[in-house]
Design a protein around this ligand. Structure first.
Ligand code: FES
Length: 103
């Protein structure tokens, strides 16, 4: 839990967009930049085999590209059917030009 992993550079994600990053331990995350802050969720939708980093961001939510369910990017809460199971979120920190994964 005390391990900090460098995910990407702050410039790797344009404002208002999402990118996919793989972590060495096998996790694949979707990392978002919203109003200058960074957030991360699992990349895999909880409804099916879709990559959320290929979805659209709208009003702080990520819309799944498969069935247009959605999740709140900040809390992971499922916001629109057919998604009903929250997506896992991760704590991030920014250190200079680096986006760090804290857990
Ligand atoms: Fe994401 Fe169905 S796979 S809404």
């Amino acid at each position: 839990a005390d391990v900090t992993i460098r995910l990407c550079a702050t410039d790797d994600i344009p404002e208002g967009e999402v990118r996919q990053f793989a972590v060495d331990d096998g996790r694949t995350l979707a990392v978002y930049r919203l109003d200058g802050d960074y957030f991360a969720t699992d990349d895999l939708c909880t409804h099916g085999d879709a990559s959320l980093s290929e979805g659209e961001i709208e009003d702080g939510k990520i819309l799944c590209p498969y069935h247009m369910g959605s999740f709140d990017i900040r809390t992971g809460e499922a916001c629109a059917a057919p998604c009903s199971i929250a997506i896992r979120t991760y704590k991030l920190a920014v250190d200079g030009d680096d986006v760090l994964l804290l857990d």
